[in-house]
Design a protein around this ligand. Structure first.
Ligand SMILES: [Zn+2]
Length: 105
């Protein structure tokens, strides 16, 4: 995944957390949860968005209510990947209307 991103930004090396306009996926770090994951989209840098997730929202609530554990930054970052970057040209098979159905909060 990170190789894909680097290939599209050959002159500027950025970590995924510094990307903006991305669709990202957080997968719960608990094995008992299986493939439980959360997909979101952000217009700000992913790092900033994840910081918001530490304080409130669906991901925090999931850890709070399902696992009775506190979400920490390291776990949040470690288990989050970028699915797509909107800075890249959209493939024809992915019309814009699909993007709006993705939960953002
Ligand atoms: Zn979980």
């Amino acid at each position: 995944m990170s190789q894909l991103l680097l290939r599209n930004t050959p002159h500027v090396i950025k970590t995924p957390l510094q990307e903006d306009h991305v669709i990202y996926q957080h997968t719960c770090n608990s094995e008992e949860c299986g493939s439980h994951s959360y997909i979101g989209m952000t217009r700000t840098r992913l790092m900033r968005r994840l910081t918001c997730h530490l304080n409130n929202g669906s991901i925090k609530n999931h850890y709070d209510t399902v696992h009775n554990s506190r979400l920490i930054r390291d776990d949040l970052i470690k288990n989050t990947i970028i699915l797509d970057s909107r800075r890249r040209p959209s493939p024809p098979s992915l019309p814009r209307s699909n993007i709006h159905r993705i939960k953002t909060a």
